[in-house]
Every structure is written in structure tokens, then in C-alpha cells.
Design a protein around this ligand. Structure first.
Ligand SMILES: NC(=O)c1ccc[n+]([C@@H]2O[C@H](COP(=O)([O-])OP(=O)(O)OC[C@H]3O[C@@H](n4cnc5c(N)ncnc54)[C@H](OP(=O)(O)O)[C@@H]3O)[C@@H](O)[C@H]2O)c1
Length: 169
């Protein structure tokens, strides 16, 4: 099963944070919905899932398998709760999915990257600059680098640019 990490970055390279005064761009949200429908699923951290729910329920995801990763949360109606990134992938594989879409937030994205569980990254560069913020890292403890292959680059509208890279693993 192929794993795709989908994330928004700021124009100065942070992992973009959003909130009521700085909501995600509608073009990026529409692109996320397209990828979620195509994959038939998405994996999300417990905190981001709660924020999505707080904002009105997570969008047009009727038939999409939503997998919430949490060490502690118990059952949540309408979604599958798992205890680890690997368990999220095992669950989707066993359901017959060809692709798993990893949708955030920072902890979840860094857990998947740190465990070398990502085949492709989709970065949407949003027209915003941030101060001190969050980062996506392949390793939290040591300096490390990894070359990736550019697969595509396209504007999504609303001044958002999408970059896609393959990770060899
Ligand atoms: N740039 C983007 O594309 C994007 C996308 C989404 C969100 N965001 C931003 O990201 C921030 C939220 O991210 P976050 O890091 O606070 O939260 P998160 O990644 O959405 O959720 C964190 C929670 O997920 C669970 N978790 C994380 N790693 C785990 C692991 N390895 N095994 C088991 N459970 C694990 C834990 O849940 P329990 O505490 O229940 O154990 C943890 O508290 C916000 O600022 C939001 O705006 C950005």
C-alpha cells in the first residue's frame, strides 16, 4: 500500500498552523477533499480530528474511511481509532485500500516521517509567513538528510502552490 503525506507549509517553510483567524485556504481544502475521496481514507491525529469536528464535522467525507490515531481515546462514532501509525496502515491495508492518505497534524506527520512510513509527500505552499512555529522532520534528535524526487508542481489557485515528491525507502 502506498502512503501519501499531505501537508500545508507556509511560504517561509514552517508546517502551517491554522485557526479561526487564519483558516486554511479553500483551494487547499478542496485539494485535500479530492485526495481523500481518491484514496477512500485519511489518517489523522486525535487533536486535529477534534479541531475538524469542532469546525463542523470534517467536510464532505461520507464514504471515506477516517482513521484517528490516539494513545488514549476510546471509541469515536463513525471513525476507527488506532493506537499507532503502523496500526493505522495495517487497518487500511486489511480493508483493501491501495493508498493511505496521512493528513496531519504535526505529531502524526512527524511520527510517520520518523518511522520511514511515507512513500510520497504533497506539500501545499500557502501564501502566509509565520513566526516561531512547527516543522516537519525526518528525525527529531539528530541532523539527517534524504534526497527526494520531484514528481510535480502546480498552482492550486488562491496563490497556493502544490509540490509533490517521491521518497525512496
Ligand atoms: N500544515 C498542515 O497540513 C496541518 C494539518 C493538520 C493540522 N495542522 C496543525 O497541526 C497542529 C495540530 O497538530 P498536533 O501535533 O498538535 O496534533 P495531532 O498530530 O493532530 O494529534 C496529536 C495526537 O495524536 C496522537 N498521536 C500522535 N502521535 C502518535 C503516535 N505515534 N502513536 C499514537 N498516537 C499518537 C496523540 O493522541 P492522544 O493524546 O489522544 O494519545 C497526540 O496527542 C495545529 O496547529 C494544526 O493547525 C497542520
Amino acid at each position: 500500500m502506498k502512503t501519501i503525506l499531505w501537508a500545508t507549509l507556509t511560504a517561509n517553510g514552517n508546517y502551517a498552523q491554522s485557526g479561526p483567524e487564519n483558516p486554511p485556504k479553500k483551494e487547499a481544502l478542496a485539494d485535500f477533499a479530492t485526495h481523500a475521496q481518491a484514496a477512500g481514507n485519511f489518517i489523522v491525529g486525535r487533536r486535529t480530528f477534534e479541531a475538524m469536528r469542532g469546525n463542523g464535522g470534517g467536510g464532505p467525507f461520507g464514504e471515506v474511511d477516517i482513521v484517528v490515531v490516539s494513545k488514549n481515546a476510546s471509541e469515536i462514532p463513525g471513525v476507527t481509532v488506532v493506537r499507532s501509525p503502523q496500526e493505522a496502515l495495517s487497518y487500511l491495508q486489511q480493508k483493501g485500500h491501495q493508498t493511505a492518505l496521512i493528513s496531519g497534524g504535526a505529531d502524526i506527520h512527524n511520527s510517520f516521517l520518523g518511522q520511514d512510513l511515507v512513500d510520497e509527500v504533497i506539500f501545499n505552499v500557502a501564501p502566509v509567513l509565520e513566526g516561531k512555529g512547527l516543522n516537519l522532520l525526518i528525525n527529531k534528535d539528530n541532523y539527517q538528510y534524504k534526497h527526494v524526487k520531484l514528481l510535480g508542481c502546480k498552482p492550486l489557485g488562491g496563490d497556493v502552490i502544490q509540490l509533490r515528491y517521491a521518497i525512496d525507502r
